[in-house]
Design a protein around this ligand. Structure first.
Ligand code: ING
Length: 313
């Protein structure tokens, strides 16, 4: 018996700083309605899907910075998304900047949620691997101030029973770290959904600028194959506030094969029928962790001989 989940990847083109939440939600709703028309069970939106990717520039005024965050989820501006999900019977993944006050102080996270077909929130994830830096770098064409604007996520990498399988989330830079997939792989994940805002130009390593799309696919294909899971990665693409970002949103099978890919740099929906039973064939053979994986033999060598030790730094 196959367990088909029809996944819509809803890539977004640029969001202007001046664009209101209402305008952005209208774009998201149009993509959701297309996804429902195409029989999707789930539509995957991108990282920071409600605003321009503001870590790309310095914001010193706290009120202005807070204006890019959501104080509650759902909230009146995004409620139409939740209502449409319940009306259309389609779930969704949404990346956004989260303001949290639950511990008595203001905390900021780069967050994503998974929402079911009833419009209810199934789970939340907060980005662990924050790239970039705290202090702005004068002279660079744009910044990456995620370490300034966000705290490291404190929810780990959970996996939820949802859409007939096991679903997990990560955000953008997380997809470059094999541990993120493996922690979910050890929980039997069958579909990893994520969004990304990835500039074509990396000021820290300009020699890799031509490899941006290759690296984007490489890490998701590896993560999918090595953990027997589908991966859906969704871009905020195009030139957003002067920063040229890659597109190539895609769905990858547990084989590591590319199933579908966006071919524009704008708002674009593509759909993949994911048979979660394909995951089982990989998890019970090549990547049967119980039979073949030997963490008890990895020892501390792996930790002690990290790059720093080997390079003497
Ligand atoms: N963006 C980028 C990403 O991980 C980056 C940062 C770009 C890191 C290129 C390394 C190379 O895709 C976010 N938002 O994490």
């Amino acid at each position: 018996m196959s367990r088909i989940v029809t996944v819509g990847i809803a890539q977004m083109g640029p969001i202007a700083r001046s664009e209101s939440r209402q305008d952005v939600v209208a774009r998201l709703l149009a993509l959701m309605q297309d996804a429902a028309r195409m029989g999707c069970d789930l539509v995957v939106y991108t990282e920071a899907a409600l605003t321009a990717f503001f870590p790309h520039w310095l914001i010193t005024d706290e009120e202005e910075l807070d204006s890019y965050f959501e104080r509650a989820m759902p909230n009146p501006a995004v409620q139409p998304l939740f209502d449409a999900a319940a009306r259309l019977g389609i779930g969704f993944h949404l990346g956004y900047a989260e303001l949290d006050f639950s511990t008595g102080r203001k905390r900021r996270f780069n967050t994503s949620i998974l929402v079911g077909k009833d419009g209810g929130i199934i789970g939340k994830y907060r980005k662990v691997h924050l790239p970039g830096y705290v202090e702005p770098r004068p002279g660079e064409p744009f910044q990456n101030l995620e370490k300034r604007y966000f705290e490291v996520g404190d929810l780990g990498f959970p996996v939820w029973h949802a859409f007939g399988g096991r679903v997990g989330m990560m955000v953008c830079n997380d997809r470059r770290w094999p541990e993120a997939y493996r922690v979910m792989g050890l929980q039997g994940v069958e579909l990893v959904v994520l969004g990304y805002n990835t500039p074509v130009h990396n000021p820290a390593m300009p020699q890799t600028d031509d490899l941006g799309n290759f690296h984007n696919q490489l890490v998701m294909q590896a993560g999918a194959y090595q953990n027997g899971t589908f991966v859906a990665g969704v871009a905020k693409a195009g030139v957003e506030e002067g920063v040229d970002q890659i597109g190539q949103s895609c769905v990858i099978a547990p084989s590591g094969e590319l199933m579908v890919q966006c071919t524009t740099l704008g708002d674009e929906l593509q759909v993949a029928r994911c048979d979660l039973d394909l995951c089982t064939s990989y998890k019970t053979s090549i990547f049967n962790f119980e039979k073949h994986r030997r963490p008890e033999h990895y020892g501390l060598i792996v930790e002690r001989t990290g790059a720093g030790d080997v390079l003497g730094r």
